[in-house]
Write a protein that binds this ligand. Structure first.
Ligand code: CUA
Length: 162
């Protein structure tokens, strides 16, 4: 029994230390206490932004119990980079029929990249239990045809939830 426990402990220590077990996606850290004060995730920088190369970046904060902003518009057939972080507890997000599925861990920036094949509304629920309001935590991603998407450079766009 003791040997078995030693083996299991060994597996945990070796996989953690040697294989660098970290939160999924890129390992980028951020101070969760100062998200709203300055840096990439201040409110004026949230939403969809068009990059010089034509791709778009969507920045969101996942917090108890909602996403800020809770509706974003993106163009179809374009590289979309979601960058999300949390000021409080672990949240998650998933978009059905896409490869978007990540945990959002306080202290880290989760980044997922995707391309939407067709226009439409995608419901994006939080999929990590984060407290009493978890079941009401979701956002909408509205995918519009490329020619209908216009975000002036440096502006951040959002849409109105329906
Ligand atoms: Cu946030 Cu569940």
């Amino acid at each position: 029994m003791v040997a078995l426990l030693a083996v299991m402990l060994g597996v945990v220590v070796v996989s953690g230390a040697a294989q660098a077990l970290h939160p999924p996606s890129n390992v980028e850290t951020i101070d969760p206490l100062t998200l709203h004060l300055d840096g990439e995730f201040v409110e004026s920088n949230l939403g969809t932004a068009q990059e010089p190369d034509g791709s778009v970046t969507v920045r969101l904060i996942a917090q108890q119990f909602g996403f800020v902003p809770n509706c974003v518009t993106v163009p179809e057939g374009t590289l979309v980079r979601f960058r999300v972080t949390s000021p409080d507890v672990i949240h998650g997000l998933i978009l059905a029929d896409t490869n978007v599925n990540t945990m959002v861990v306080p202290g880290f920036i989760a980044e997922v990249r995707t391309r939407f094949a067709k226009p439409g509304d995608y419901t994006m629920p939080c999929h990590e239990f984060c407290g009493v309001g978890h079941q009401g935590m979701w956002a909408r991603v509205t995918v519009v045809p490329k020619d209908q998407f216009s975000a002036p450079p440096l502006a951040r766009t959002r849409c109105v939830p329906r």
